[in-house]
Design a protein. Structure first.
Length: 578
């Protein structure tokens, strides 16, 4: 039994942090979907989309009867899918070797570095009758791990050196167990196959788009097919994101069962974020590996940095608890998660804490306290203006659709494309105006704040910009490895936050700012003034930046949005008049 001591130096009985034996059975928390259903539907949907596109192209291109056309389409779909599926792991092997000089190691070497990880791999492979996966290691201090392959007996588990630097043995074992969960569940293979089918949709879109300009006789048909292929590609991408999130919950559950130590994976997630922050501070261009393996990794590194930066400076878990409130209670969390490769961190930690409670263990995070804090949040502030917020979030699209509808109404008897385009642009311009004044409200002075306070706000919105002033240091480009990036990573004593710069000359100005000025600003102490907003990650849209040597760098988010809105309205009026 573990002992802790109270203020009077008297021992207090505490629960253990893990079960001693491991390999336990845990009921899966409901509400995170069915992995079998998600995997099956993903495969059927992707295959169906590709099949329908190929079938349509065959009938347009040649003179086949329905039976012949269907047989050819099915054959092509199967052949393309099978070839891509089989060669995908080899392509990834080449990429890992070429980009990161991946080194393969055997289980004995892993046992010397992490005895529990080797033990877990042996036990799982014996119990599940699997061949030991091929183990790779990348010489990079950013902690990460990922799995890929075609079938369980041909799977690869790749980790970075940073995993062994920042995590303890039981935490490393929990990460390996998580990756083994992907192999046991076969979801890593479904992800490989589904990704392949999505890319085929995109290739078919390119094919139809080119044919549209090459074949005047069937131009309209290829236009429709190109549009359908692009829509299928987008649908497939979002569905793949859904599968990606569901499979992470199941892999976390597998890790908790196999190790009997859900707390280790909770700690690992926080420490991975901490390690990413540490490496970012040491080398601002160190996240190239994380960018390229974002969808495969155990964690979406952009959201991991939020937790990592908080854990780096937190003297108690209370501050980290406050940051997790947004993931669990903000009404925007569901929509933002739809666009993410991984579940929100707070939701994963809540599930792992539930598993720890089922095993009668102490938990790394007091989720009951977090839930109690969530229940006393103001419902009016969370949901009172949500409908208006949603309208503003989609204001450009709503304005555009309303404009199209009005244009169609006015041209119902005498069709005029210019009239429809005109009202569309006027609607778009009005939508831009409405959203601009919410995202970039006028302010005469911005309150001084720190990043932790901003991240601890459970009411933070992706729509309404909060004017703030931050003091800290510029430490690197936001997009690691991209020397032309105009977005800058900013650090104060409490965390990290990307600053988004906008030149008055648009993309061209951003390009020249990124190539000529960003590098010179690195390491400077600055005051950053702008509008804070938050989705699954957070950022500051810059108003201006003042450096320690007195240089003022202005950013033009608000100005450009207003200019674009005005131009859209003017062009729309011109089209309506002429």
């Amino acid at each position: 039994m573990n002992l802790r001591f109270n203020a009077s130096n008297q021992p207090i009985n505490t629960k253990p942090s893990r079960v001693s034996s491991g390999s336990v059975r845990l009921p899966l928390i409901k509400g995170y979907g069915s992995l079998v259903l998600a995997s099956s539907l993903t495969f059927l949907l992707m295959a169906g989309l590709v099949l329908s596109l190929i079938l349509a192209i065959i009938f347009i291109q040649g003179s086949f009867n329905p039976a012949q056309g269907l047989a050819i389409a099915v054959s092509l779909t199967l052949i393309l899918s099978l070839i891509s599926f089989l060669i995908a792991p080899s392509i990834l092997d080449f990429n890992q070797q070429f980009l990161y000089q991946t080194r393969w190691l055997d289980l004995n070497e892993l046992a010397r570095r992490s005895p529990e990880s080797a033990l877990i791999i042996r036990q799982v492979c014996i119990n599940k009758n699997l061949k030991e996966p091929r183990l790779g290691i990348i010489n990079d201090q950013n902690p990460t791990a990922f799995t890929y392959g075609t079938i369980p007996n041909k799977a690869r588990i790749i980790v970075s050196e940073g995993l062994f630097t920042y995590l303890n043995d039981d935490e490393i074992a929990a990460v390996y167990a998580h990756e083994l969960g992907h192999i046991v569940h076969w979801d890593f293979a479904i992800m490989t196959l589904a990704s392949t089918l999505i890319q085929i949709c995109y290739l078919l879109y390119i094919f139809c788009y080119r044919k549209m300009w090459q074949n005047n006789n069937r131009k309209e048909l290829f236009q429709v097919l190109a549009l359908a292929a692009f829509i299928f590609y987008k649908i497939g991408t979002y569905w793949l994101l859904y599968l990606s999130r569901v499979r992470e919950y199941f892999a976390d559950h597998f890790s908790a069962e196999v190790t009997g130590n859900p707390n280790a994976l909770s700690r690992a997630l926080v420490k991975i974020g901490y390690g990413l922050v540490e490496e970012k501070q040491k080398n601002p261009k160190s996240n190239i590996l994380m960018e390229s393996t974002r969808a495969l990794g155990i964690y979406d590194y952009k959201s991991a940095v939020t937790i990592g930066a908080t854990s780096q400076i937190s003297e108690s878990s209370d501050q980290l608890d406050q940051v997790l409130l947004w993931d669990l209670f903000n009404p925007w969390r569901g929509w933002m998660e739809l666009q993410s490769t991984h579940p929100l961190t707070g939701k994963r930690i809540r599930a792992l804490s539930n598993y720890a409670e089922q095993l009668d263990l102490t938990t790394e995070f007091d989720m009951a306290k977090i839930v109690r804090a969530g229940k006393i949040l103001s419902k009016d502030k969370l949901y009172g203006g949500l409908l208006i917020d949603i309208i503003l979030y989609f204001a450009e699209a709503i304005g555009l659709l309303l404009g199209v509808s009005i244009g169609l109404i006015f041209s119902v008897n005498d069709f005029h494309l210019s009239l429809i385009l005109g009202y569309s642009l006027i609607g778009l311009g009005i939508g831009i105006f409405c959203k601009t004044f919410a995202q970039f409200p006028l302010f005469f002075s911005a309150p001084k704040m720190d990043i932790l306070s901003l991240m601890s706000n459970p009411y933070a919105s992706p729509v309404w910009g909060k004017p703030v002033k931050l003091k800290g240091k510029l430490i690197g480009c936001r997009e690691s490895g991209f020397i032309f990036s105009s977005d800058i990573e900013f650090q104060d004593l409490t965390g990290l936050l990307p600053l988004r710069y906008s030149s008055r000359f648009g993309l061209i100005g951003n390009f020249f700012f990124g190539i000529s000025k960003v590098e010179k600003l690195m390491g400077m102490e600055v005051n950053a003034v702008g509008w804070f907003r938050r989705k699954e990650t957070a950022w500051l849209d810059l108003s201006y930046l003042s450096t320690e040597n007195g240089t003022i760098i202005k950013s033009y988010h608000r100005f450009l949005s207003i200019i674009f809105g005005i131009l859209a309205i003017i062009v729309g009026i011109f089209l309506n008049l002429y």
